[in-house]
Write a protein that binds this ligand. Structure first.
Ligand code: SF4
Length: 184
């Protein structure tokens, strides 16, 4: 087990706006968990992975973020104490479980943050038809980059005449480890 013991776990309200109904938390420990990062990036679809400084950023649903560095886990956006503890238990479990399976995982060193909105836009139908619920293809491309929606949310992309674009877009997204926030 890579991470056995958390030495400190501090939960607090953000000082910038203490009226916000969210909590932040920081867990610290002596062991270096960074060897797990490229495998976690592959398995959990890290939003950003800075290999030089060994920082992995995971973007979860509902505005929650988890930042991992070698000796620290920082969590942002939990609604209450119970969720803070549940998130910590979840990420600690993921670190250990994924690290244990690392021999069967292809590590990933790129991340979703490297995706370019304009590159995504070029592979969309670019008709601004609004069928996705967004006012423009550009707005859809931005949401897609963030992982807030999926390719299926653009109905024209399912048409045969856009098949080549869709295939290229899928390949481009996957090359950066993209996944929608509600993906399993
Ligand atoms: S449904 Fe597709 S083509 Fe239509 S606006 Fe949205 S992204 Fe553009």
């Amino acid at each position: 087990m890579l991470l056995e013991r958390i030495e400190n776990f501090e939960i607090f309200r953000p000082k910038m706006d203490s009226s916000k109904e969210v909590l932040h938390a920081i867990a610290t420990f002596e062991v270096d968990i960074s060897p797990a990062f490229p495998y976690m990036n592959a398995e959990l679809g890290g939003w950003d992975y800075d290999q030089t400084n060994q920082v992995l950023l995971l973007k979860l649903s509902d505005g929650k973020w988890i930042t991992l560095d070698p000796h620290k886990i920082a969590m942002r956006g939990a609604r209450d104490l119970e969720e803070c503890h549940a998130l910590l238990a979840w990420i600690k479990g993921q670190i250990n479980e994924i690290y244990d399976r690392r021999d069967h995982i292809t590590p990933r060193y790129v991340s979703q943050a490297g995706l370019k909105i304009m590159e995504i836009l070029k592979l969309l139908p670019m008709t601004n038809c609004k069928a996705c619920g967004y006012p423009t293809c550009m707005a859809y491309a931005a949401a897609l980059r963030e992982g807030e929606i999926s390719l299926n949310d653009c109905p024209p992309l399912r048409e045969e005449k856009y098949r080549e674009k869709r295939d290229k877009l899928q390949t481009y997204l996957e090359s950066y480890g993209w996944r929608a926030l509600d993906a399993e």
